[in-house]
Structure formats: C-alpha cells, structure tokens
Design a protein around this ligand. Structure first.
Ligand SMILES: [Zn+2]
Ligand SMILES: [Zn+2]
Length: 241
C-alpha cells in the first residue's frame, strides 16, 4: 500500500456495513474481507431449480433433485446454481454493486459464483447470456449488473457473453412485489434479439433469484427458439416464504 493510500485511509477510514469495524483491505467501501468471506456458500446437494443447499437426506428418494419450494413442477430452466442466501454481507455487497455503481465488486462476486459450480455444469456451454434490462432502465443506471457479472465470468471461463434476448417492456422490481405478482410480472417481457445465433447450451446470468420467474421466462423464450439446455448462475437466492 502506497504512502498516499495509507494517509487517505487514516484520514478517511472505511467502516464495514456489516460488523461496523474500520478496515483497510475490503470490498470497495462497504465490507471488510472477513465479513465477505463469512458468507456460507450453498454446497452440494443443491436444488436443481433454485440452487439452495439442503441436507443430503432430503433427496434420498427423489427422482429430481428439488427442494420442497420448487416441488415437482416442470420448468424450462434445466439447472440453477446460486452462490448463497441473499442476506447479510452478500446483500450489502450486492446492493453496492447494483445500486451504487461499485462495479469493482463484480470480479469478487463472479469468483464466488464460479466456486459454486462443478466442471460438469459447464460441459458444452456455448454462451453466457445476461438477463437483459429494459433499455430505459439501463440508460438510467448506466450499466446492467448482470452484464458486468457475465463479463467477469467470461474472463474466468473463456466462454463468450452473448445477448440472445432483449427486454421489450419494463417490469416492476421483483423484490417490491408479492409472490403472486412476482410470478406474473415478467410474463411476455422478453423476446429473442435480432442478433441471436442458434445455440444449444446457454447459461443465463442474473444477480438475484427471487421466485425464479424472470429466469424461467427467459429460459422459455430460449427453449422455444430451439435452445436445448438452459442453466442459470446467480449471486444470491432470497428466502421465499
Ligand atoms: Zn465486517
Ligand atoms: Zn428449489
């Protein structure tokens, strides 16, 4: 650390939003390293549809690896992996990344997401596709967090980022709605983009999994266009009930 940085840290110490301690090395200005590293990643076995980890015995007699929330329904999404529960330090880091433009957090967050996957998840995957924002919303914010995450994941895996989808009308933020509203909110909001090339295996990238209905809607459009397998990677999964 240079003399100038040291002096600035002394004059303007950073305080962790989770534990309240001052820190020098951390994530942007929001979290100390210890708090960020304290997030418990979801570990196998995990639910194939939402990524939550559950005790191994929950899946003993199941045909599909699903949690009770995701049940026996048929989904367009083939597999979802999430880094961890959307709460505590992960929520603070995500909030800074999404709403305060702390784009430098993207690389750290992408690394954590990547650590939740096994090589088989990536077998034959041709593209990483960020869930699109509406053009108006993206202009307003200046960037789409899902695009930044996908870019970081692409740098680490060598799989290209593609944009097979576009958002054709704005939807309300999922976290501001009731469960019933969340399920209906993304319907019909996504279409194939003009530059979509035929692909057989795609991984969608998004920041938060709330009900999964946004990712499911995107997967539906992709599957109907002939994509054979659609997975998803997300940072955090909210508690749903
Ligand atoms: Zn802390
Ligand atoms: Zn589940």
């Amino acid at each position: 650390m240079g003399y100038l940085t040291k002096s600035l840290n002394f004059l303007f110490p950073k305080y962790c939003e989770h534990c309240g301690d001052s820190f020098q090395e951390g994530l942007s200005n929001v979290l100390c390293r210890a708090c960020f590293n304290s997030v418990t990643p979801y570990e196998d076995p995990v639910c194939d549809h939402c990524g939550v980890s559950l005790p191994a015995r929950s899946f003993e007699d199941a045909i599909e690896t699903r949690c009770r929330d995701c049940g026996e329904e048929t989904y367009y999404l083939d597999r979802v992996r999430a880094y961890g529960a959307y709460e505590g330090p992960l929520r603070i880091a995500h909030h800074a990344f999404k709403f305060e433009g702390m784009e430098s957090l993207g690389a750290d967050l992408a690394e954590k997401i990547l650590a939740t996957t096994i090589p088989a998840f990536w077998q034959g995957v041709e593209a990483l596709a960020p869930v699109p924002m509406s053009p108006e919303r993206e202009r307003e914010r200046g960037y789409n967090p899902a695009v930044l995450l996908a870019g970081e994941l692409s740098t680490k895996t060598g799989i290209p980022v593609k944009f097979p989808l576009k958002k054709i009308h704005s939807t309300k933020p999922q976290m501001s709605l009731t469960r019933e509203e969340r399920l209906k909110n993304p319907r019909g909001a996504y279409k194939l983009s003009e530059d979509s090339t035929p692909l057989t295996k795609i991984i969608l990238v998004d920041d938060v999994f709330t009900t999964g209905s946004t990712l499911e809607e995107c997967a539906k459009v992709l599957k109907k266009s002939g994509v054979g397998w659609v997975g998803a990677l997300v940072l955090g999964r909210t508690a749903r009930y």
